[in-house]
Design a protein around this ligand. Structure first.
Ligand code: MN
Length: 745
């Protein structure tokens, strides 16, 4: 290889200084002392520096800073060492420069080459313009089967791309944020990478809902001092007690992340003031491996001597760790000032796993009894991925299902413990034990009571699956199963079952034809399918096999067939269907906007496209919006914070287009508000007066419910934009008795 080395002198003085500092940071964070390993990292750095020479990122920064940041995240936040640091430094070399995997292998060996190859393939997948994101993600996960480090480095790469999203176009920002919120953050969560997951979620919020992000951030800064005072008072007696017990510990606390505050505010419909001071105190104990459980319980005992615990909020994740490897004791106690505080108790080892996840878990592997969770999960994922029949989008949905759910613990008759997602049913459990047991299951005995297959399991249940050799998998099981594993097994079993039915039904059908002197040709089958309203050709045979299409039906068909000129058009199930007028709110909005709304600005290219307003989030002028190209080139306008839109964007990221509201539109948009308050005489009249009298708002509907003193009202209004809506809300807040107003999404 002809390699001309150009070093750091290609940069300005300031840039050189930044690069040198970054390098020192990486080495320090890695805590690698061995000179040989340090030399290897240096070699990778020099190589990457040279390979990316002259290249800059969109922001104008030297390109080399990107792989360096990825290496820093990989070692600092994930705890990865030499090989991974090298791979992180080299991760974009093959994709962006003329060097090949062969060159990497020659210089850095097989292992590094393989990981870099995996990372390159992932980027290759993502740059193809019209392939499905879901299929891509599946391919990414496939690399899990080779080396988890590929995914871990990819997560570091994604985090740095999120940090530097500022310089990208708005569409790119939305696409990358959506992928991150739907795919990468849950994956980080599942791999136990708490730090990375929260930063990703915060950054997603920053781009998807900049106002909420800014406001919460400002309020957090503003209230920091009060929180510090509170926490100092809270931990003082704990410190005294733990020191007296001769325990070695660290007490840490951190604010809730901006995104989790936002989520709480949304889910519970509460204000910042009601959630901002919920924070968790962490007590981290130094101890020998063999004593760690003991010291954690000792600490629990000490704390509950001082503060009263909330009895239903105690969690023991030490005896049975979470599936992502998390271990700790959690308790929520009442502080002296009357506020509940969550306290998490764990050892240094447990803390490292809680923060850094998989890599840290790996480091301690084999040294503790409990190393089931993560590895078991990874092997399940591999199994799912290796199933050639599973469809990519289905897979993605199932996968997400498995990523987000919490867990319960269920026992086998022999007392073996199995971790299952919450809401798992008997059928899920049966397939967890063995697919043969799943297929033959007819019910279960839980704690000695008989229960059906769709019975939902609870933590602590001891479950004995009852089977029958005559049982075959049923269609309705798909609706009962919740785990990806059970669903994919049932799907496969049903497919196989259907094949058998088709063969059997075909035989019977041919016999039937023979008996009735019918020639079983294509045109007969076509007419028959039409007659029975069947679209899928093989369905007829299935019905025959299941006895839902019998000899009688055939006779009836023949009778009609004779008179078909007169009758058949009335029998065709596809001929006419009455048009149902849908009078829903969103439909009205859609009709109103179906002729490209004046208020909306799209690129010239879409001048003649049909534009719809999304029913899920009902954007109005002033909202941050994006356009999404549906099938048949219909464009739907969603709010950027819409969950449905996020999901769509992560799957079909290339269909996003920029959309903006014009400053002033003459159109009126339907929107809804909900008003809570104390019911007092004249309240409704006052609200109506403000809306119609003072503000001249056109009210479409207004409904109220009262319950003793509580008032719960709902109004749909025509407004011109978000400013007018906010104005309305502010005005209504001035009415005495009104507590809470929020927009209905
Ligand atoms: Mn990269």
């Amino acid at each position: 290889m002809n390699q001309k080395t150009i070093g750091i002198e290609q940069f300005t003085e300031e840039e050189s200084r930044i690069i040198k500092n970054k390098y020192v940071q990486i080495i320090r964070a890695s805590a690698i002392e061995d000179p040989l390993r340090r030399k290897k990292i240096r070699k990778a750095f020099d190589f990457a520096l040279n390979a990316h020479q002259g290249m800059r990122r969109k922001s104008g920064e030297p390109y080399i800073l990107h792989p360096m940041e990825v290496a820093l995240i990989a070692t600092k936040d994930i705890g990865l060492k030499t090989t991974s640091i090298i791979c992180a430094l080299l991760h974009d070399v093959v994709e962006d420069t003329e060097y090949t995997i062969k060159d990497i292998e020659g210089l850095f060996g097989k292992k590094v080459a393989k990981i870099v190859d995996g990372l390159t393939k992932i980027s290759g997948i993502f740059s193809q313009s019209d392939s499905l994101q879901a299929e891509n993600f599946r391919k990414i996960l496939l690399t899990l089967a080779d080396d988890v480090r590929v995914i871990l480095i990819k997560l570091a790469d994604r985090l740095h791309n999120m940090r530097t999203l500022e310089s990208m176009s708005h569409e790119k920002q939305m696409k990358i944020s959506s992928e991150t919120s739907i795919l990468y953050a849950p994956l980080a969560h599942r791999l136990g990478l708490f730090t990375i997951k929260s930063e990703m979620e915060d950054l997603v919020l920053k781009y998807k809902n900049p106002d909420a992000y800014r406001i919460i951030n400002e309020k957090l800064e503003y209230t920091q001092f009060d929180r510090n005072v509170f926490i100092t008072k809270f931990i003082q007696p704990i410190k005294r007690k733990l020191s007296a017990e001769d325990l070695h510990y660290k007490i840490l606390y951190r604010n809730k992340s901006i995104s989790s505050i936002w989520q709480k505010m949304q889910n519970k419909k509460v204000d910042f003031e009601q959630v901002y001071d919920l924070f968790a105190v962490r007590i981290i104990l130094e101890s020998e491996l063999k004593d760690e459980k003991l010291v954690c319980w000792k600490t629990y005992s000490a704390i509950t001597d001082i503060y009263i615990p909330k009895h239903d909020r105690f969690r023991d994740w030490i005896s049975v760790p979470k599936a992502n490897g998390y271990e700790a004791l959690h308790t929520t106690v009442m502080s002296k000032s009357g506020k509940w505080v969550e306290v998490q108790i764990r050892s240094t080892r447990m803390d490292e796993i809680a923060e850094k996840g998989y890599a840290a878990h790996w480091k301690y592997k084999g040294k503790t009894k409990t190393d089931g969770g993560l590895d078991e999960w990874l092997s399940k994922i591999r199994e799912l991925l290796q199933n050639p029949d599973s469809d990519a989008l289905d897979f993605l949905d199932d996968f997400k299902l498995n990523l987000f759910s919490d867990e319960i613990y269920v026992f086998t008759p022999k007392g073996e413990i199995k971790t299952m997602p919450t809401h798992s049913t008997v059928i899920d459990f049966a397939f967890t034990i063995h697919s043969h047991i799943g297929q033959k299951a007819i019910g279960a005995k839980i704690n000695n009571q008989l229960v059906p297959l769709n019975h939902q399991l609870n933590s602590g249940d001891q479950v004995e699956i009852l089977t029958s050799s005559k049982q075959i998998p049923k269609e309705e099981w798909m609706g009962w199963a919740t785990t990806a594993r059970a669903k994919s097994k049932i799907k496969n079993a049903l497919k196989a079952e259907r094949k058998t039915l088709i063969t059997k039904g075909k035989e019977t059908f041919l016999e039937l034809c023979k008996k009735n002197n019918l020639d079983c040709n294509e045109s007969l089958l076509k007419e028959l399918n039409k007659f029975a309203g069947i679209q899928d050709e093989s369905e007829l045979f299935v019905r025959v096999a299941k006895n839902t299409f019998t000899a009688d039906d055939l006779m009836e068909f023949m009778k009609f067939h004779r008179d078909q000129n007169r009758w058949i058009k009335y029998l065709n199930p596809f001929s006419r269907k009455p048009k149902v007028e849908d009078k829903t709110l969103s439909n009205e909005i859609r009709t109103q906007l179906s002729k490209k709304p004046d208020g909306l600005l799209l690129s010239k290219k879409y001048d003649h496209a049909q534009v719809n307003i999304a029913q899920c989030c009902k954007p109005i002028p002033g909202d941050d919006v994006i356009g999404f190209i549906e099938k048949d080139s219909v464009i739907t306008i969603h709010r950027t914070i819409c969950a449905t839109a996020s999901d769509l964007m992560s799957k079909y990221g290339n269909n996003i287009i920029k959309a903006k509201w014009r400053e002033k539109g003459d159109l009126q948009f339907l929107t809804g508000i909900r008003i809570y308050g104390n019911d007092k005489f004249g309240l409704i009249k006052e609200i109506i007066n403000i809306l119609t009298g003072e503000m001249g708002i056109n009210i479409r509907s207004f409904s109220i419910q009262t319950n003793q003193d509580l008032f719960d009202g709902q109004a749909t209004l025509y407004v011109s934009d978000i400013n007018q809506l906010n104005h309305i809300i502010n005005k209504l807040y001035q009415v005495q008795g009104i507590d809470k107003i929020y927009r209905i999404d």
